[in-house]
Write a protein that binds this ligand. Structure first.
Ligand SMILES: NC(=O)c1ccc[n+]([C@@H]2O[C@H](COP(=O)([O-])OP(=O)(O)OC[C@H]3O[C@@H](n4cnc5c(N)ncnc54)[C@H](O)[C@@H]3O)[C@@H](O)[C@H]2O)c1
Length: 418
């Protein structure tokens, strides 16, 4: 069994500096780390994690190690690993199996490498590790006490597994905590997706027709930030209420077939498949740019793009130019994978502070939890509120407390019009 597999261990020095920089901006995790250091709630446990290997994930790993855990870690996307951070983690003695630019076979091999450590708690982002355990390595399911899931797409998959009774151990849906999706999905994805588009293209956003596919937590964050850059934002949706929200937020809403013809930049964040496909690409203007910020690389149908094209070349890192049969050129960022992680660095540390505080506290919750049934659980309210409370404290923001009169008023029904 290998101890670790990274691209270049000599990058560790830069990786340590990156982790230190992230850690300075993750005060909630620092507080949890100090407690974990004393109490060792994860002592003797092996945690198997499939997460984007970024500097913020490294800070989470430090917290879990302080809690007494042994960690085996692989990347949750073939293009999102920060190689210097992976090297630094290996240097710290973490069993890390991740490098940027993996093929599909290497990606799943790394998941197997993590599972070889026989984790009793799993931390997943997109449910690929859980899926592998439940399909190819079912005999090992008995070793697992529980798990956590970081993202919307993973939670959707786990709920499907729960529905058809194939889920064999309890998993806490970290994504569904208020202190996760309201901030990470919205402000994190909003800012970092714009960062990814800019690093890949350095194109001007102001005045462009910027098409955002979806108006969920991630996509509304992207729409909000694109508006701030001065773009004419167009939203496509399939849910009437979400579409209505976009309209009332002052955005244009139309079907993809119409948006395709006028968009300059397109970005998907729906968790769906083939949101941008052949019929749309055929209508697009020469020079249109496509990107994705949803979990899997299926939102922009890259097979369709390949089939329409006669040639392709790499213009800049993370920017591929496709020449179509009629001479039109279309541009795809980061191979249609998460643009914010592949072309930029993912969410800012301040946001991941809350998401990963939930991960750390939910790992502790599972470790000492009474026997939970194999279902998908929401993050306990006390954990969610504790994370918000600690974050506010770290930002020196104080809030009011309910008076006794207010508590009584809010918990009884007798008082009406006065
Ligand atoms: N890039 C990141 O770092 C990051 C962070 C968090 C989540 N995610 C991923 O982003 C995706 C979206 O997550 P979310 O939390 O915003 O989910 P969400 O459920 O809040 O929003 C998704 C929206 O897309 C809409 N939609 C579905 N199919 C569509 C279609 N064909 N055309 C237009 N709209 C469509 C849905 O109606 C919904 O409103 C997921 O895959 C999630 O895992 C990515």
């Amino acid at each position: 069994m290998e101890d670790f597999h990274v691209k270049d261990k000599s990058l560790a020095g830069q990786g340590h500096l990156q982790i230190e920089w992230a850690s300075r901006h993750m005060p909630v995790l620092s507080l949890i780390k100090a407690r974990f250091d004393k109490e060792k709630p994860l002592k003797g446990l092996t945690l198997g994690a499939c997460l984007h290997v970024t500097k913020e994930t490294a800070v989470l790993v430090d917290v879990l190690v302080a809690g007494g855990a042994k960690i085996a870690l692989c990347g949750s996307n073939p293009l999102s690993t920060q190689d210097d951070v992976a090297a630094a983690l290996a240097d710290k003695g973490v069993h890390v199996f991740a490098w940027r630019g993996q093929n599909t076979q290497e990606y799943y091999k790394c998941i197997d490498d993590v599972l070889d450590y026989k984790p009793s708690i799993t931390l997943d982002d997109g449910a690929d590790l859980v899926g592998t355990l439940h399909s190819k390595r079912q005999k090992e399911l008995k070793n697992v006490k529980g798990g956590t899931e970081e993202t919307t797409t993973g939670v959707i998959r786990l709920r499907a597994m729960e529905r058809d009774r194939s889920l064999k151990y309890p998993i806490v849906a970290v994504n569904d905590a208020y202190t996760k999706y309201l901030f990470d999905n919205r402000y994190g994805t909003g800012q970092s997706s714009m960062d990814g588009i800019l690093r890949a293209t350095n194109t001007l956003i102001a005045g462009k027709n910027f098409v955002v596919c979806g108006y969920g937590w991630c996509s509304r964050g992207i729409a909000m930030r694109a508006q701030g850059f001065g773009a004419n934002v167009i939203v496509t949706e399939v849910q009437p209420t979400r579409a209505l929200e976009a309209v009332m937020n002052g955005l244009r809403v139309m079907p993809m077939a119409d948006a395709a013809a006028i968009g300059d930049i397109f970005i998907t964040a729906t968790g769906d498949i083939s949101v941008i496909r052949k019929e749309h690409m055929e209508k697009m203007k020469d020079g249109a740019i496509m990107a994705n910020s949803g979990h899997f690389n299926v939102e922009v149908n890259t097979k369709d793009l390949e089939s329409l094209s006669v040639s392709k070349r790499t213009m800049r890192p993370n920017l591929e130019e496709y020449t179509l049969k009629n001479g039109k050129k279309l541009y795809l960022l980061a191979e249609g994978r998460l643009v914010n992680l592949a072309a930029a660095e993912g969410h800012p540390s301040e946001v991941m502070d809350m998401s990963f505080a939930n991960q750390a506290l939910c790992s502790e919750y599972i470790s000492k939890g009474e026997k939970l049934k194999p279902k998908v659980y929401t993050v306990p309210k006390e954990i969610d509120e504790k994370v918000a409370e600690l974050k506010l404290k770290s930002m020196c923001v104080e809030i009011d407390q309910l008076t006794d009169e207010q508590k009584k008023y809010l918990s009884t029904w007798e008082m009406g019009t006065t």
